[in-house]
Design a protein around this ligand. Structure first.
Ligand code: VGL
Ligand code: ZN
Length: 196
């Protein structure tokens, strides 16, 4: 594929937070390995003044998704803790960037960056038509954010070299990508993006 980034494109970097990295509370295996690749995408979008959206899981300490509070996950990404901070090497551009917090109220969980957030409004306001989506986890928040984007009418490109999954059940990430393909998403790599 040969894709040129145009002014109706946005990059969405999903949940690249310490707790989802090796050593964190809810680690995605090799989650840190995609940081350099995501930084390349971030640089490309940032250089062309396209918006870059960073979603983050941003839970209260008694969140419904946590074990002991009705959920299945260990305590993770608690608001204002180090675990909820972005990976220290992730490039956060000074301009044209937006931080989207999700799962912020105790009684609601959100695997999609669109759920309970202003992400769709911000994208529509800017006339964005195509979304380039990377981050973690392929089988949870990347999947649901991509699906949400498709359902809201965006053309979605999933960054194959910029995602990692948890695979609680073997094959979950593969299934998620197949489902997205079926729904009309495209799977791309850095090399598919051309400057001219
Ligand atoms: C996620 C599990 C719980 C994710 C968030 O970002 O994929 N997974 N909360
Ligand atoms: Zn969470």
């Amino acid at each position: 594929m040969r894709l040129k980034v145009t002014d109706t494109d946005a990059l969405i970097v999903v949940d690249m937070q310490n707790d989802f990295m090796p050593g964190g509370a809810l680690p995605v295996p090799d989650g840190d390995k995609i940081v350099p690749v995501l930084n390349r995408y971030i640089q490309i979008f940032s250089d062309s003044k396209n918006p870059v959206f960073f979603t983050r899981d941003w839970h209260p300490e008694d969140h419904i998704s946590f074990k002991g509070h009705g959920g299945i996950w260990p305590v993770h990404c608690v608001q204002d803790t180090e675990g909820a901070e972005f990976h220290p090497d992730l490039i956060i551009p000074a301009d044209n960037k937006f931080i989207i917090s999700k799962g912020t109220s105790k009684d609601f969980d959100a695997y999609s960056g669109f759920q309970g957030t202003v992400l769709n409004d911000l994208l529509k306001e800017r006339g964005i038509k195509r979304l380039f989506i990377g981050g973690v986890a392929t089988d949870y928040c990347v999947f649901n954010t991509a699906l949400g984007g498709i359902n809201l009418g965006f053309q979605v490109f999933v960054l194959l070299d910029g995602i990692k999954g948890v695979d609680v059940n073997e094959g979950d990430s593969k299934k998620a990508l197949n489902k997205l393909l079926e729904k009309g998403a495209s799977l791309i790599d850095l090399k598919d993006i051309v400057s001219e």
